[in-house]
Design a protein around this ligand. Structure first.
Ligand SMILES: *[C@@H]1O[C@H](CO)[C@@H](O)[C@H](O)[C@H]1NC(C)=O
Ligand SMILES: *[C@@H]1O[C@H](CO)[C@@H](O)[C@H](O)[C@H]1NC(C)=O
Ligand SMILES: *[C@@H]1O[C@H](CO)[C@@H](O)[C@H](O)[C@H]1NC(C)=O
Ligand SMILES: *[C@@H]1O[C@H](CO)[C@@H](O)[C@H](O)[C@H]1NC(C)=O
Length: 416
């Protein structure tokens, strides 16, 4: 199977398709999934999806931008004093849709919508967040590494005591706002504190600090743990780190160096990301890449991008990769990616680590199992099977992912 000229059904083997374009299917499903915790409504997402033309990035933008604005307008007209629950829910939904409107626009790095839509999703989210029983709070965590870590701090209602805390980070795309419905609400319901964050390469750090991904993810996580240590409602013996999607390699990497974590969760687990990624490319491109001829590789990728046969998945992966690695050269991006492996640090990871795979995630099939086998008894492995409907990073089954992963984590916290 190769990424360019064949269709890869990322999360689709057994699900009804929401688009004939498998990548669009997954991205629409991602919004449907956010509905599980009230950050989308299924009907309006599916209605908007009806106007999306497979493979047409602008049509994806238009469908979600129209929906986002119309839901946001409704939210603005709600009397917040009188109907705070309605306002909160409606602002949260608008925020989800503004993020989706932005999703396929990163191919042109100077497209101003990359910024305007993000400002809109943040504004909508913040309006909603202020209406939570205990409002979430944005903080910039300073680091000695030339950047700050934008984070959102949430603590559950109830007595002011030291509680277990979950640090939740995302992956290759998406914003920290999405992490609230993905796992945050569930953690808060369990009485845990939640801190979501973004590091270099991720949504707002690329936009506002112009920093691409770094693999030394402990440079991001250690300042976050320092920050938590200073809070009087954090039980410092019970801090866990969750990495979703591409975060499934970033979090394990950080845990090899940051030793104050009670547990790490890789959802889903990745071990040799760079190599695995390159393997999905057509043989011809792999050969050129391995020859080290950067100009030839860049030209070949550009050519593939404009082919009428190119898949959405390939196009988006390259667009997003170059944006998130702050480069305009595919060769540079692919070279950077090769550093993303745990081979050198896996022996230093103390565990315990929860490592998952999703059987429907054909892109990274089985890499979690590899990570778990390298960790041996330092890890607990779980595969979400096809029937579970729990796809890549939990998409489609957030409640079940939380059930399995957080019940495991509860067992760890109980011993802290
Ligand atoms: C990228 O977007 C900018 C700003 O909208 C526009 O001026 C430029 O023509 C676009 N470039 C391409 C290649 O479409
Ligand atoms: C974080 O820093 C950015 C850039 O200085 C600023 O715009 C933003 O308001 C800050 N956020 C908080 C919560 O301080
Ligand atoms: C990111 O890319 C831009 C444009 O090429 C460049 O000006 C900036 O210095 C880069 N940032 C870093 C941290 O390298
Ligand atoms: C894991 O296995 C190692 C080597 O067999 C053993 O020394 C260690 O005690 C085991 N740890 C746990 C938590 O079972």
């Amino acid at each position: 199977m190769n990424l360019i000229f064949s269709t890869i059904y990322v999360c689709a083997i057994s699900l009804i398709h929401l688009s004939t374009d498998s990548d669009f299917h997954f991205e629409i499903l991602r919004d449907v999934a956010a509905g599980s915790y009230g950050h989308a409504d299924v009907g309006e997402v599916l209605t908007a999806a009806n106007s999306i033309v497979p493979g047409d990035f602008e049509s994806f933008y238009r469908a979600f931008n129209t929906l986002a604005n119309s839901v946001y307008d409704v939210a603005l007209k709600i009397d917040v004093k009188k109907f705070p629950i309605s306002a909160r829910d409606t602002f949260f939904r608008a925020s989800t849709y503004f993020r989706s409107a932005d999703f396929y626009l990163h191919g042109n790095q100077s497209d101003p919508r990359i910024y305007s839509l993000w400002a809109q999703q943040i504004a909508a989210f913040d309006s909603a967040m202020a209406l939570l029983s205990i409002p979430g709070k944005r903080v910039n965590i300073t680091t000695p590494n030339g950047f700050y870590v934008p984070a959102i701090w949430y603590t559950p209602a109830g007595p002011k005591v030291r509680r277990p805390t979950v640090i939740i980070g995302g992956g290759y795309d998406g914003g920290q706002e999405e992490l609230l419905p993905q796992m945050g609400i569930n953690a808060l319901e369990r009485g845990w504190n939640v801190l979501t964050y973004e590091g270099p390469g991720q949504a707002s750090v690329v936009r506002y600090q112009h920093l691409g991904f770094i693999f030394e993810w402990e440079k991001v996580v250690t300042p976050v743990v320092d920050y938590l240590y200073a809070l009087d409602v954090v039980d410092s013996s019970a801090i866990a780190l969750v990495g979703l999607s591409f975060g499934g390699i970033l979090a394990p990497r950080a845990s090899a160096f940051e030793r104050r974590l009670a547990a790490t969760l890789a959802l889903d687990g990745l071990y040799e990301f760079g190599a695995l990624f390159l393997k999905q490319f057509p043989d011809k491109l792999v050969t050129i890449f391995n020859s080290g001829n950067s100009i030839q590789f860049d030209n070949a990728v550009s050519q593939a991008m404009t082919s009428s046969l190119v898949t959405t998945e390939f196009k988006w992966t390259v667009d997003q990769g170059m944006w998130a690695f702050n480069t305009t050269s595919p060769f540079d991006w692919m070279t950077q990616l090769q550093a993303y492996t745990l081979v050198d640090v896996v022996d230093k990871i103390p565990g315990p680590m929860f490592v998952a795979d999703s059987a429907t995630d054909t892109f990274f099939t089985g890499d979690g199992a590899v990570l778990a086998s390298k960790l041996g008894n330092r890890s607990t492995y779980y595969e979400f099977d096809v029937a579970s409907g729990v796809g890549h990073a939990g998409v489609g089954g957030y409640r079940m992912q939380c059930q399995v992963a957080f019940d495991w984590l509860q067992g760890i916290f109980d011993k802290c």
